[in-house]
Design a binder for this molecule. Structure first.
Ligand code: 15L
Length: 269
């Protein structure tokens, strides 16, 4: 029988999509979140409420798991003190649990690790981190934690730099950055089932023809290719921009403009 999969952040938007989608594919899931799971539990799932600051509880919950899909923690631009507990200490607890179980970690990283690269730049996953927020910085730390635990302890990990995963794209930027729920779910199944991944970094976008910024990642290791595309939304969204020059210039969009103080006002961030 395949090992159970632990999913943190299960009560969040993407966590719920994955809980239902992966349970529907027959994966045995242990769900956790600090908040209760909304609605009925998908078949074959258990739920345990847990604060990522509680390393002992996480170790216990991860016992016997073969993979940890880490979607927990702060998922948007927030002040440093709010990010610190769940995203910095909590991430360490996830990796310690993975080390104990020799489980594979799949980390919901973000495009905000590299948000201050301009949209004209073409990036490989080995590009410099240019976080646009304390949130993006915490995700860069998460990727580096994966690097450390692979090099030092042989803990495999896949770090997905998610663009914008929503039911559908809602502005012109997302015509490039959108990752459909179906592509995300298929990617997670591939991450769990792949033979060997080492330390991998993958851009999380669907097959959007406007995504000309991101190239050369490790998706071949998990045999994943996106099936959806934002292109069909172009007609309704092409003109939908913020009007803020900072937002429109950088890959991280509004996260770059929030609190920006290098000479361009942060209006409309
Ligand atoms: C993220 O990392 C966030 O979790 C999400 O809420 C969006 O802001 C997304 O990035 C994005 O850049 O569109």
């Amino acid at each position: 029988m395949p090992s159970p999969v632990l999913l943190t952040g299960a009560s969040g938007a993407l966590g719920r999509v994955l809980a239902h989608g992966l349970a529907g594919q027959g994966f045995s899931l242990r769900l956790t979140d600090i908040a209760p799971f909304p609605g009925d539990l998908p078949p074959g799932c258990s739920f345990t409420a847990l604060d990522l600051n509680d390393g002992v509880a996480l170790l216990r919950l991860a016992e016997g798991c073969g993979a940890i899909l880490h979607f927990g923690g702060i998922s948007v631009d927030r002040p440093f003190e709010e990010v610190l507990g769940p995203n910095i200490r909590g991430l360490y607890h996830v990796y310690e649990a993975a080390r104990r179980e020799q489980a594979r970690v799949v980390f919901a990283s973000s495009n905000h690790t590299i948000g201050f690269h301009e949209r004209t730049e073409v990036l490989g996953t080995d590009c410099a981190f240019r976080p646009d927020s304390f949130y993006g910085l915490s995700k860069a730390y998460g990727e580096l934690m994966g690097r450390l635990y692979w090099d030092k302890h042989g803990v495999e990990n896949v770090n997905i730099r998610i663009g914008s995963s929503f039911p559908e794209p809602v502005d012109a930027r997302m015509l490039a950055t959108w990752l459909s729920y179906a592509d995300l779910t298929a990617m997670m199944a591939c991450c769990i089932q792949a033979e060997e991944v080492g330390h991998a970094v993958i851009w999380g976008a669907s097959a959007n023809s406007r995504m000309t910024w991101w190239r050369d990642d490790h998706r071949g290791r998990i045999a994943w290719a996106p099936q959806d595309s934002a292109d069909g939304f172009a007609g309704q969204l092409a003109g939908k921009v913020s009007g803020n020059p900072v937002t429109e210039r950088f890959q991280g969009g509004a996260y770059c403009a929030a609190g920006y103080s290098r000479g361009v006002p942060a209006e409309g961030a």
